[in-house]
Design a protein around this ligand. Structure first.
Ligand code: OAD
Length: 247
């Protein structure tokens, strides 16, 4: 067994309260491209232009056409992969208590995890900017862009755009989860977007072991994380779980 996988097996075996912080990388094997790095969405479009609330307010047609239409298409087809399913197994083993995810794809809940904090919201729902009515994204009619509510207001995803606040209760619950865990798994995040990237720091300051799973190093590697298990999330999670005696 790979030395790093073995360390993770031992640390998770000894843990009683595991938290996970996940990012776009955990959903790559489900067919959803990440934001940064090779093949990342932000290589093609500028996030500060297309994923900023000011742009959406100014030009919702542009943001729906360039970003949100494709997101609807890609997310609607995605299914949980071995990494998402591995986190369900860790919850069933009574190890994993909370997932803090930066993803808006809903795959952790689809896989079966029960305590998932969607730090950046969820793409499964759209919210009317005029009357506040919510509609499931799969029911939103995209034959007219931007999609509109019956009241005539424009729909926006129930996600956090750049320039918007993280909902305070999500932030508070995430901080608490980070404070009380004894192991934090940091899976598939470049750890460059605040305040999500502060969660491993909070966990570390409160005595937790930080295990990163990622094919690449991140700003946390060698500084905040105790070690990096290098590779794709699905494969690494499967190896860790089989090392723990769970197939
Ligand atoms: P990023 O796209 O910034 O980072 C993805 C990470 O996943 C990188 O560190 C990759 O090395 C890693 N990765 C790629 N393939 C992987 C695989 N198969 N298994 C495991 N890891 C893999 O995504 P996030 O860190 O989630 O915010 O980005 C954070 C936030 O920035 C997003 O929530 C979004 C974005 O702008 C908003 O839109 C507000």
């Amino acid at each position: 067994m790979d030395e790093m996988v073995k360390m993770a097996v031992d640390d998770l075996g000894n843990a009683v309260n595991v938290a996970a912080l996940t990012g776009a990388g955990i959903s790559v094997e489900s067919g959803i491209p990440p934001f940064r790095g090779k093949g990342g969405l932000w290589e093609k479009i500028d996030p500060m232009e297309f994923a900023h609330i000011d742009t959406f307010m100014r030009d919702p047609v542009k943001v729906w056409n360039v970003l949100l239409k494709d997101m609807k298409e890609i997310i609607s087809k995605a299914k949980p992969n071995a990494a998402h399913l591995g986190l369900v197994k860790l919850e069933k083993m009574n190890k994993l208590k909370t997932i803090i995810t930066q993803n808006v794809d809903g795959l952790h809940q689809m896989a079966g995890n029960t305590d998932v904090i969607e730090f950046h919201g969820n793409f499964a729902w759209q919210k009317c900017m005029k009357c506040g009515n919510r509609l499931e994204t799969c029911k939103v009619d995209l034959s007219l862009i931007p999609p509109k509510c019956q009241c005539g207001g424009i729909f926006r995803p129930d996600c956090v755009f750049f320039g918007e606040m993280i909902p305070p209760d999500y932030l508070e619950r995430s901080q608490k989860a980070a404070e009380r865990c004894d192991v934090m798994l940091v899976i598939g995040t470049s750890a460059v977007v605040h305040p999500a990237s502060c969660m491993p720091v909070i966990a570390k300051e409160n005595g937790a072991k930080i295990i990163e799973i990622n094919p690449e190093r991140t700003p946390l590697t060698g500084r905040v994380s105790d070690y990096l298990v290098r590779g794709n999330a699905g494969e690494i999670m499967s190896n860790i779980l089989s090392g723990m005696g769970t197939k």
